[in-house]
Design a protein around this ligand. Structure first.
Ligand code: NAD
Length: 358
């Protein structure tokens, strides 16, 4: 590719760090998109990328997304992300993780790492041996533990906000919600919905996850095609990205889309437009799933579960503001979220400069 500067200028990245340690086998890239609001916090993903260009593209995209997520969530954090090139099942070792920790430490807190795809809470402990700039540590070690519980709570309050705005109803009682993916977030979401006697329909490619949700939460199993075409109040994608595309939009019969999966829209502007033409309200994924980030961010001040829950419940008001802004500016909910996230950063930078000049 050899167009790294072009790439990072195009997406406004501040710094890219290539981490190479032949003795541990570590090949990683840390991307710091923005530190305008604070240190760049974002998970570390380990994945067998086909080549280094693919790894770079992924880390640039993901780190930029973290800037927007932290900003809209009103956190004093910037956006960053790291990728380790390798197969987590074969290539992961203590020395590789500790070597990554040393690189994180060399950035003196400008980047704070966390768990992501291919990494576990246990892995974070090895990284922690080399640096304090790590979150997503076990509760027993003073950390915030599994973020999925609060991510699911964020989804639940986000669904309430969407229904209030779209249908002027205050409760999910008796409504129909379809969940695609009953993994960690999907499972905990059912726990919340069950309290409201919601009729929960679900599908997961993993039969064990589906069976667990049926047994524990009374989920009604349906096929993926049924889920995408049945009458629902809310469709909740909690598995994969790009599930909202022209072909699924054609079949979907729901009032609201509100799920945890990242990058749900295959093509943002095209699919936002198609959804609004069909009268389906899309709840921007990076806003409604920001409970996990709020949870790990809490570790930075000493983890307090009640405070983290309170912050996550605030997703309701963050979304209400986005819905109102979208309506008054005649733009999609996703555009509204992006505008508001960018505006907070711009306003903060202007305000901060004033204080520096004084
Ligand atoms: P998970 O891996 O525990 O669960 C995902 C589930 O989706 C699994 O049970 C898997 O079998 C299922 N699945 C995979 N492909 C599928 C398909 N084609 N159809 C139906 N089901 C399928 O992950 P999670 O932690 O529950 O996260 C769910 C989504 O939310 C992911 O996209 C993740 O990136 C995103 N997210 C999670 C968090 C969090 O706190 N865990 C925070 C923000 C965003």
């Amino acid at each position: 590719m050899n167009q790294i500067f072009e790439n990072i200028t195009d997406k406004d990245h501040e710094q890219i760090v290539y981490c190479n340690d032949p003795s541990s086998g570590l090949k990683a890239i840390i991307a710091i998109h923005s530190t305008a609001l604070g240190p760049a916090l974002g998970g570390c993903r380990m994945y067998p990328y086909k080549n280094e260009d693919d790894a770079l593209i992924d880390v640039l995209r993901l780190s930029r997304g973290m800037t927007y997520k932290a900003s809209i969530a009103n956190l004093n954090l910037g956006g960053g992300k790291a990728v380790i090139i390798g197969d987590p099942k074969k290539d992961k070792s203590e020395v590789l993780l500790r070597s990554f920790g040393k690189f994180v430490d060399s950035l003196n807190g400008k980047y704070i790492t966390a768990e992501d795809v291919g990494m576990s809470v246990h892995d974070m402990e090895f990284i922690r041996m080399e640096t304090n700039h790590v979150t997503g540590i076990k509760r027993a070690m003073g950390g915030s533990g599994d973020p999925s519980i609060l991510t699911a709570l964020g989804l639940y309050v986000g669904m309430q906000a969407a229904l209030k705005k779209k249908l002027n109803i205050n409760s999910l009682k008796g409504l129909k919600v379809g969940i695609q993916g009953l993994g960690k977030v999907g499972y905990y979401l059912c726990e919340n919905l069950k309290k409201d006697d919601v009729e929960i329909y679900g599908y997961d490619i993993d039969k064990n996850r589906l069976d667990e949700a049926i047994q524990d939460h009374g989920v009604i199993p349906v096929s993926n095609d049924e889920l995408l075409s049945m009458d629902l109040d809310i469709f909740s994608p909690c598995a994969l990205g790009a599930v909202i595309n022209p072909s699924s939009i054609k079949t979907l019969k729901c009032a609201v889309i509100a799920g945890a999966a990242n990058n749900q829209l295959e093509k943002e502007s095209r699919d936002s437009k198609l959804l609004s033409e069909k009268g389906i309200m899309y709840v921007p994924d990076y806003v409604i799933n920001s409970g996990g980030l709020m949870n790990v961010a809490n570790e930075l001040q000493g983890y307090n579960k009640d405070k983290a829950r309170y912050q996550v419940e605030g997703i309701y008001y963050i979304l209400m503001r986005i819905f109102d802004y979208a309506l008054s500016n005649n733009i999609s909910t996703l555009e509204a979220a992006n505008h508001l996230a960018e505006r907070r950063i711009e306003e903060f930078v202007r305000w901060n400069h004033k204080w520096i000049e004084k």
